[in-house]
Unconditional design. Structure first.
Length: 158
């Protein structure tokens, strides 16, 4: 992420995991209006259950970065959502999906619960590929017993 980027913060909450940069625009998405209103990084937001409706109410190619922190494990239809992420990104855009080993087991999809952390990273790479991202990479940090993973996808320059 860079200053001036247009960012879509998917599955956001009351706290932002975005770096303290000056973005052109940050649009958030989530399930809880009060939490999103408390997130001072967001310029605007909308409420939507991605498991009920996978179509984003956003125009094509309007963001430079899509990020999703600590929530990818709850998507029941990741292929459709990742296709939407690719659609709203400008050419050469980036999607950053980050996660740790923490989750709500009753909410996480089975495909997530049954995998190791490295296998989860591979699963997110599959989600990105299914969504139309052409390049993927992942970053791993192991601070003690709480590993942090970020899987990054890039769109083509059209």
């Amino acid at each position: 992420m860079s200053p001036g980027d247009r960012v879509f913060d998917a599955m956001s909450s009351w706290v932002s995991f975005l770096p303290p940069l000056s973005f052109e625009r940050v649009v958030g998405h989530g399930l809880n209006r009060a939490e999103l209103q408390a997130n001072d990084q967001l310029d605007e937001f909308f409420i939507q259950d991605f498991n009920a409706n996978q179509r984003l109410p956003l125009d094509d190619e309007q963001f430079d970065v899509v990020c999703c922190a600590l929530s990818v494990q709850y998507l029941q239809y990741p292929g459709a959502i990742f296709s939407e992420f690719e659609r709203i990104l400008s050419p050469g855009g980036t999607a950053v999906m980050s996660f740790t080993n923490r989750m709500f087991p009753t909410k996480a999809v089975r495909a997530w619960r049954m995998r190791s952390m490295d296998e989860r990273a591979a699963l997110v790479e599959e989600y990105l590929t299914a969504g139309g991202f052409t390049q993927t990479e992942h970053v791993v940090d192991h601070p003690g017993d709480d590993p942090f993973y970020a899987v990054i996808g890039h769109t083509d320059f059209k």
